[in-house]
Design a protein around this ligand. Structure first.
Ligand SMILES: Cc1cc2nc3c(=O)[nH]c(=O)nc-3n(C[C@H](O)[C@H](O)[C@H](O)COP(=O)(O)OP(=O)(O)OC[C@H]3O[C@@H](n4cnc5c(N)ncnc54)[C@H](O)[C@@H]3O)c2cc1C
Length: 449
């Protein structure tokens, strides 16, 4: 039986970590948790500040993550297809020796949650911010031939990939994208022209899973195609990558991409031409869930450091924590985090017991609302914890290091992956649609619903 490292600060860990009963977490989750905890302590904590300062990813950390099997779940998803693992992972074991068929949404949660304990996006996003979202379309929709060409290098960390959808004029409204892909007269290549913006890990990548327009015009939801574009080495002529300067998480390698007459073989198309919008929506639920998990852990990190500080710090002759007003502030932050945790676990359970297609329909609205809520909770909690730290909350390094870093990253939880207001509106629209279709089904089957 695995013994879990117990928390020493209240609200710094989910209740199951403190030994409370949970219907969700089994021995393999505990094993994984301890493995990723040690991994994060060893490889991320000592390097986080350096990565943020340099604005560069560290290839040695990436190689270590590959060797220890951390990249495989990020590439293959919350449920790992045994067949793809056997064919393409080249014998690399999953973290903590977990078997692919054992891996579920709660393992996915534990992996994301534990890595984010470092409280520094440069350490984490520089590692998997591209792979986690760029490999999905290949895993779920590409031909066997494309999978054979790309997955071995991606799962073993020899090559890197990122997801390129957003453009200067197409953000929340994906259908507005206008990067063009025109067939050559012999029909064997596409010529790509256009720009992509804010592409996480773009500058660290060898390929971009890119959404391009093979027909129609900006605003049409049809005619968008996913194609794998090499952005480094042979075949990348005409591609220009420029690292963007962003607020926090500098080593994420957020990138502006220019495609100027880039010639890409037609066989690099993922799935069917013109179907990419469907593929993009397919993965949204998982992407939004991971963002909620990251935000939840970041909020706990803020609470952990702020509560530890309030226990130590004496002001006006008593410890901060001895002031009822301080405890009141902490309590209000804690209740937001604990309820966010419970919502995450409930949705994880549902998604674990549904196919992706079912989960997209039945939990899509709730997951959109969860993603928005998680960002808002993190923003509130990080702001409150910064306040509790006083000047230390605004100081890089030392006691407030993680809180100050997270404050710079907070908005990266409420804007990318679906902006909060768009998510909340979407949640209501999805739930209305769902309730109508359930009512229709009920009428057909004679139920009173
Ligand atoms: C750090 C970072 C990393 C990113 N990584 C990637 C990546 O790897 N790949 C990729 O393709 N893209 C990436 N993006 C882009 C990201 O997905 C977009 O920024 C996001 O979709 C929002 O688009 P936008 O910035 O163009 O905002 P806009 O679409 O211009 O929206 C601006 C604001 O308007 C409001 N708004 C818009 N529409 C509505 C509406 N219908 N109702 C109410 N309010 C609305 C929202 O508050 C929104 O925040 C990243 C962005 C950032 C900042």
């Amino acid at each position: 039986m695995t013994t879990l490292t117990k928390p020493t600060i209240p609200f710094s860990e989910a209740p199951w970590i403190s030994g409370l009963p949970s219907p969700y977490f089994k021995e393999s989750h505990k094993k994984l948790r301890e493995f990723v905890r040690r991994w994060t302590d060893q490889h991320l904590f000592p390097n986080a500040a350096r990565l943020e300062e340099s604005g560069k990813a560290d290839p040695k950390i990436y190689a270590q993550a590959a060797k220890d099997g951390l990249l495989i779940p990020f590439a293959l998803g919350a449920k790992i297809p045994r067949k793809l693992y056997d064919e393409f992972a080249e014998g690399i074991k999953l973290p903590a020796g977990i078997e692919p068929e054992e891996w579920d949404h709660f393992h996915d949660y534990v992996l994301c949650d534990e890595l984010h304990r470092v409280g520094n996006g440069s350490a984490i996003m520089s590692m998997y911010g591209g792979l986690a979202y760029g490999a999905g379309p290949i895993v779920n929709f590409a031909s066997k031939k494309l999978q054979e060409r790309f997955l071995p290098d991606l799962l073993t960390g020899r090559k890197r990939i990122a997801l390129a959808i957003t453009e200067p004029k197409a953000g929340s409204n994906v259908a507005n994208l206008s990067t063009t892909a025109e067939l050559t007269p012999d029909g064997r290549h596409f010529i790509i022209n256009g720009t992509k913006k804010w592409i996480t890990n773009g500058v660290w990548s060898d390929y971009l899973t890119t959404a391009v327009r093979t027909s129609g015009k900006a605003g049409d939801s049809n005619g968008i195609t996913f194609i794998i574009i090499p952005v480094r080495g042979p075949g990348s002529e005409g591609v220009e990558l420029k690292q963007m300067k962003m607020t926090g998480s500098s080593a994420s390698g957020t990138t502006f991409v220019d495609f100027d007459q880039v010639k890409v073989p037609r066989e690099n198309v993922i799935g069917k031409e013109g179907e990419a919008l469907k593929y993009i929506f397919y993965n949204f639920n998982h992407e939004r869930m991971t963002i909620a998990i990251f935000a939840n852990r970041y909020a706990r990190v803020c609470l952990e450091d702020a509560i530890a500080h309030s226990i130590r710090r004496e002001v006006f002759g008593k410890k901060l924590i001895e002031n009822p007003v301080v405890r009141y502030e902490i309590g209000h932050m804690a209740r937001q985090v604990e309820s966010l945790q419970a919502w995450i676990e409930m949705l994880l359970y549902q998604q674990n017991n549904l196919t992706v297609e079912q989960a997209n329909v039945l939990t899509g609205g709730q997951t959109a609302a969860l993603k928005a809520h998680a960002g808002i909770v993190l923003e509130n909690v990080c702001s409150g914890c910064t306040q509790l730290l006083g000047g230390l909350g605004l100081t890089r390094g030392g006691t407030g290091a993680r809180i100050e870093q997270i404050w710079r990253e907070v908005k990266a939880f409420t804007i990318p992956g679906g902006s909060a207001s768009v998510m909340i509106d979407l949640a209501v629209r999805q739930q209305l649609k769902l309730i109508q279709s359930l009512a229709q089904e009920g009428r057909k089957s004679g139920s009173k619903l």
